[in-house]
Design a protein around this ligand. Structure first.
Ligand code: AMP
Length: 473
């Protein structure tokens, strides 16, 4: 078992990690942090939800000298949403060390961002276009930038930003350290890595291999604030003999434990901040069946081998498919069958999909009366866009960029529907729909394109107001 301090992280970063409540490195962190601390370039293949931000962020922050006022680290992101998310994470990790992190992204006044840069940022997190803009205005100077991260590089490629990324890289010192993170590795991204990275370490979160066939697996979508109620509803309906409830952090472990205790449930907590004696006491009580409900973090539950566990509930989505498999492997021991239920927030749908893909499992939607009439474990119905056969007499098409993607719960058929409904297009006219994490693309007849953008902008699909633009080029 690896700890953050064994990875070579410095005390102020370790303290910040304790503040945010992370107990142990996620798989991508355990693999990526040591080579990055050695100064190596890196290609990381990992999804959102794996903990990749800390995987590159902690080594970057370790090398920042807060006494120097220059920009020492740069993270490029494809979108403004990711930019904000990464900035918030890096601020939390760098707080104890006094590292200033500035976010720069389009769609917000440039003046304020220029002022923040003048006031001093040790690390800049930015979208590609805005970073270039600020460089051209001499507001952002990268001469002293020693550490550059390209985050979600495949999305940058899809959005047509690769040339701009190269332009930015050319403006940083050639002695810089470079890390490229991408969920997929298309040829263009490999070429970029070949050209701009030096002897990179390759790190990927490998797919889990354990079989968990005897566990019936379910997922339940809930809003963050309704999680506790959903958990109680699940426990009420499932009536487990013994249930192990997983949370991501020690802090959340304590909070959930108190909430459940206050609701008069017979519950204990298990996390890494407890004394060995207290942990042993809880383990024994759980093994002997005296504690029916245990809330635990991943680390604390390691080595917990209890045959009576009938249910595993993932109150928090696991940080990787591996962790998922480990967690649910706690039930269905020795020939028994078990049930695993994973709660997730709407924005985590893609994390669930990644788990399904990499762990090779299917999570059926959990329904309340599942115990009475078991839900067969069947593949989730996935809708696909209709194949849009090209009609005779090819029409010129124009590509649209749609702000909204898998992260918002969009599926190809939603895009088709939104465009046809809002702009009065025939379904066949919408072609080549691709839904990515945060963006989608579709092609429509060039003659209709501008009108579609005008009429379909703001149309609401699955609660998301669509933003539409004509694609560049
Ligand atoms: P990321 O993939 O970087 O977007 O991280 C996904 C989520 O996992 C974020 O909410 C992080 O705060 C959380 N997270 C990252 N690393 C850890 C860790 N070692 N332990 C617990 N949670 C983590």
């Amino acid at each position: 078992m690896t700890t953050f301090s064994e990875l070579g992280l410095s005390p102020p970063l370790l303290e910040a990690l304790a503040d945010v409540g992370y107990e142990a490195p996620s798989p991508i962190q355990a693999q990526a942090i040591p080579p990055l601390l050695e100064g190596r370039d890196m290609i990381g293949q990992a999804q959102t939800g794996s903990g990749k931000t800390a995987a590159f962020g902690l080594p970057m922050l370790q090398y920042v000298d807060p006494e120097e006022s220059e920009v020492q680290g740069l993270v490029l992101t494809p979108t403004r949403e990711l930019c904000i998310q990464v900035t918030q994470a890096l601020r939390a990790y760098g707080r104890r060390k006094g590292v200033d992190v500035v976010a720069v992204f389009g769609g917000a006044p440039i003046r304020g961002q220029q002022a923040q840069l003048r006031a001093g940022g040790h690390v800049v997190v930015g979208t590609v276009g805005r970073v270039l803009d600020l460089i051209s205005r001499h507001s952002l100077v990268l001469n002293a930038c020693r550490f550059v991260v390209l985050d979600e590089a495949d999305e940058m490629l899809d959005l047509g930003f690769l040339e701009d990324v190269e332009r930015i890289l050319a403006l940083t010192p050639s002695s810089r350290q470079t890390a490229l993170f991408s969920a997929t590795m298309p040829a263009e991204i490999r070429r970029l890595a070949d050209q701009y990275l030096y002897d990179p370490a390759l790190v990927r979160v490998k797919a889990a291999t354990l079989t968990v066939d005897t566990v019936e697996q379910f997922a339940l979508e809930v809003q963050a604030r309704e999680k506790t109620d959903a958990l109680i509803e699940v426990l009420d309906a499932e009536r487990p003999d013994q249930a192990l409830v997983f949370v991501r952090t020690k802090i959340r472990c304590d909070q959930l434990y108190r909430t459940l205790r206050d609701r008069r449930l017979n519950v204990r907590a298990l996390h890494g901040d407890m004394t060995q004696g207290a942990r042993d006491g809880v383990m024994i009580s759980f093994k002997e069946g005296r504690t029916p409900l245990l809330v635990a973090t991943d680390v604390a539950a390691r080595g917990l081998d209890v045959t009576g566990i009938s249910h595993v509930v993932n109150y928090d989505v696991p940080t990787s498919p591996d962790v998922y498999v480990h967690r649910i492997g706690r039930t269905a021991r020795v020939g028994r069958s078990g049930r695993a239920i994973t709660l997730y927030e709407p924005r985590q749908r893609r994390e669930i999909e990644a788990i399904e893909r990499h762990a090779g499992v299917t999570l059926a939607p959990w329904v309340k009366d599942a115990r009475v009439a078991p839900t067969p474990v069947h593949p989730k119905p996935r809708r696909h866009s209709k194949p849009h056969a090209a009609p005779d007499g090819e029409v010129a098409l124009r590509k649209l960029v749609i702000g909204g993607g898998r992260a918002d719960g969009l599926e190809p058929s939603d895009v088709v529907q939104a465009l046809t409904a809002a702009a009065g297009l025939d379904g066949e006219a919408v072609r080549n729909v691709r839904v990515l994490e945060r963006f989608s693309f579709a092609e429509v007849p060039a003659l209709d394109a501008e009108r579609v953008v005008q009429q379909a902008s703001g149309a609401r699909v699955r609660g998301v107001a669509l933003r539409l633009e004509l694609a560049r080029g």
